[in-house]
Design a protein. Structure first.
Length: 396
């Protein structure tokens, strides 16, 4: 009998080792391995939709990395457990031109004991990306399997994102500002003050501002829809600011409404608000310039005790074209709520916004330098930009 247990143990260890090897093999496979499809949209757009496609087929985003200036690699995983097979699926998104992007799908089963398991079909991933593009009126160019063209459709010219004019005098400015502080667990001191201060400053700078404080989930989602309607009507400059609790779960960032009662890990997705909704909405309406500010990296009770929940927020590596995203601190780090009337990040952001003739990237650089200095480098704001033009809060 002892021999059988030894044999079983050997087989089990072999399966575990093979599972790790398969992950490495998938990552190291040729970048153009697997089936592919071309889409008439920018690289940045397709990377965002590729992440959504992984979520649609219930694969956890293991990582996303930039291969070079024209390619991104995404790895999605369904972990093996017990008698259930897992799956490893790699997406490589490659720029063909400014308006054409190729997606390669390469999938392998991850070792388990269910011999009937199947991998996700590439066509399922392509359909998910296409359904997201359809909302914006785009269509695929071609579908290929290996080197064989299976289907063609007429190419549709992607919409051209027009950079905001330097003086910005004729651009409509629209902002949504949300500050949540009155949580039943871990209430915060400053988010409402921060939201009101930012709203006041933005109004002085010509923004039409929608301000919400201590908002529940339904109110937050309604506010985002109204903000989207305003952007669709006005176009121009769109700014989204959120202060309050935020958490990353399975690589996605969730803003926490004040009425959330998060007792289990899945409550985060059910009761939180996915920050990606704002990004997708801005991209859907092809707003020329988007500013996203998340002061949501405060130390919170939701990041403890859950397997897939980590401290701080997850990085947003690919911003929609014409966008800048700023976190109050680096991804995976937490920021202090502050002891004064405003949090440190928002305090320095308002000061930088008030300086004339500083373009947007200069504003956020000044914020990063000043916050790092005042916090002895314990808090360093993080910014990701895909701006195509210049914007000034105050231009003289």
């Amino acid at each position: 009998m002892g021999h059988y247990w030894i044999l079983f143990g050997f087989v089990f260890l072999s399966l575990v080792a093979s599972a790790q090897t398969s992950t490495d093999k998938v990552k190291k496979a040729p970048l153009d391995a697997g089936d592919s499809r071309d889409f008439s949209a920018s690289l940045e757009t397709i990377v965002q939709y590729a992440k959504g496609a992984l979520n649609d087929v219930n694969l956890e985003l293991e990582f996303i990395e930039q291969v070079d200036n024209n390619s991104y690699m995404l790895m999605g995983i369904r972990r093996a457990s017990g008698f259930s097979w897992g799956e490893i699926l790699r997406l490589v998104v490659t720029r063909k031109s400014a308006t054409e992007t190729t997606v390669y799908v390469y999938a392998k089963k991850k070792v388990g004991m269910n011999l009937t398991a199947k991998t996700t079909k590439p066509s399922t991933i392509f359909s998910s990306i296409q359904s997201q593009l359809a909302l914006a009126g785009d269509k695929p160019l071609t579908i290929t399997s290996g080197n064989t063209v299976e289907k063609k459709s007429e190419p549709v010219q992607a919409a051209v994102v027009v950079p905001v004019a330097v003086n910005n005098s004729s651009q409509k400015r629209t902002a949504l500002v949300i500050g949540n502080a009155q949580y039943s667990k871990a209430p915060l001191r400053n988010p409402v003050n921060d939201a009101l201060a930012i709203s006041k400053q933005l109004k002085l700078m010509g923004f039409e501002v929608f301000t919400y404080t201590n908002a529940g989930q339904a109110e937050m989602k309604s506010a985002i829809r109204k903000f989207g309607d305003a952007l669709n009507k006005n176009s121009g400059v769109g700014l989204f600011y959120y202060a309050g609790h935020g958490v990353q779960s399975n690589g996605k960032n969730y803003l926490i409404p004040v009425d959330a009662n998060i007792e289990r890990e899945y409550d985060i997705e059910d009761q939180g608000v996915d920050s990606g909704l704002v990004l997708r909405m801005m991209e859907l309406y092809k707003n020329p310039l988007n500013i996203i500010v998340l002061d949501a990296c405060r130390n919170n009770p939701y990041s403890r005790g859950f397997r897939s929940v980590e401290e701080g927020l997850a990085p947003v590596y690919v911003a929609p074209t014409g966008s800048i995203i700023s976190f109050a601190t680096a991804p995976g780090r937490t920021a202090s709520d502050g002891d004064g009337e405003n949090g440190l990040y928002t305090q320095e952001l308002i000061k930088a916004m008030q300086q004339p003739n500083k373009n947007l990237e200069e504003v956020f650089k000044a914020v990063r330098i000043n916050v790092a200095k005042l916090s002895n480098s314990e808090q360093i704001p993080w910014t990701n930009s895909s701006l195509m033009g210049e914007f000034y809060f105050i231009k003289k």
